[in-house]
Design a protein around this ligand. Structure first.
Ligand code: URA
Length: 269
């Protein structure tokens, strides 16, 4: 079907968009948005005689830029602004919101997921979909509430289109931001949700099935902080049998927190 949007009024265009939404078409699935209306009504472009190519900038070079920008941030709100204004990651082009963090920024625990999904992208808040509800329930079971006891963010602040897995380049580019995020938050405990989060921050190729449940160290400028990788809640929704392992991991977190409480002299190693 061909549409000529030039002669269409705004209300007609809006009604077309609403029709798409009502039919369940609520996202673009490519990395770049395309104006199909314009493409179908314009003649094919003439071949260019001389093609000028833009210099290719590698993901590592963009990551170095991100690292400089992140290093200049002295607060979480500075970092939030810098990420919102950063255009070096193509995921931003297709995302509706930059999803920074939620929970208590004064708490001791940072939980780090992978990337926003459709609900998080719409609302601009991490873990607000089905997986997020399960996550809240899991932590409530050990008396930890999002509003008061932990802070939550993701490796990537933008949703990969169609919920595809993030590419290595996208992770490389965004890693300096999450690393600075952790420094500025200065946690006593870090929880990593799922394989991408664990592999990216522990710099390992080991899968989550082997990493989960075992305590690791994360190097902060001020010293080492204990880290525990867990199965991602989205995985638990698909594989409820894995909830038993996650319950054991939650109890391990509870026990570790007891060693960190002010009434207990022992410090985590
Ligand atoms: N999955 C994630 O890893 N993060 C979110 O914020 C939502 C779903």
């Amino acid at each position: 079907m061909e549409y000529n949007t030039v002669n269409m009024e705004n209300k007609d265009i809006l009604s077309h968009l609403q029709w798409y939404l009502d039919s369940g078409v609520d996202e673009t699935t490519g990395d770049e948005t395309l104006d199909w209306f314009a493409l179908s009504s314009s003649p094919a472009p003439k071949p260019a005689l001389a093609v000028k190519t833009a210099p290719v900038i590698s993901a590592d070079q963009i990551a170095q830029e991100a690292e400089k920008l992140a290093a200049d941030c002295n607060s979480l709100s500075d970092l939030n602004e810098v990420i919102k204004n950063f255009n070096g990651c193509r995921l931003k082009k297709t995302a509706t919101h930059t999803v920074f963090a939620d929970g208590n920024p004064e708490s001791d625990i940072i939980i780090i997921g992978e990337a926003p999904g459709v609900d998080e992208d719409r609302q601009g808040i991490p873990f607000v979909g089905e997986g997020g509800h399960l996550l809240d329930k899991m932590f409530k079971a050990i008396n930890l509430n999002r509003e008061s006891d932990f802070y939550i963010t993701n490796i990537l602040p933008w949703r990969p289109p169609g919920n595809r897995a993030p590419t290595d380049e996208e992770i490389t580019i965004c890693l300096p931001f999450i690393k600075r995020h952790i420094e500025l938050f200065s946690p006593k405990l870090i929880i990593l949700l799922g394989g991408i989060s664990a592999k990216s921050l522990l710099q390992t190729d080991t899968g989550i099935t082997r990493l989960r449940g075992k305590w690791h160290d994360y190097d902060l400028e001020s010293g080492k902080v204990p880290v525990l990788p867990l199965f991602h809640p989205a995985y638990l929704l698909k594989q409820p049998k894995a909830k038993g392992d996650t319950w054991a991991d939650l109890l391990s977190i509870k026990a570790r927190l007891e060693t960190l409480s002010p009434n207990n002299e022992e410090q985590a190693t």
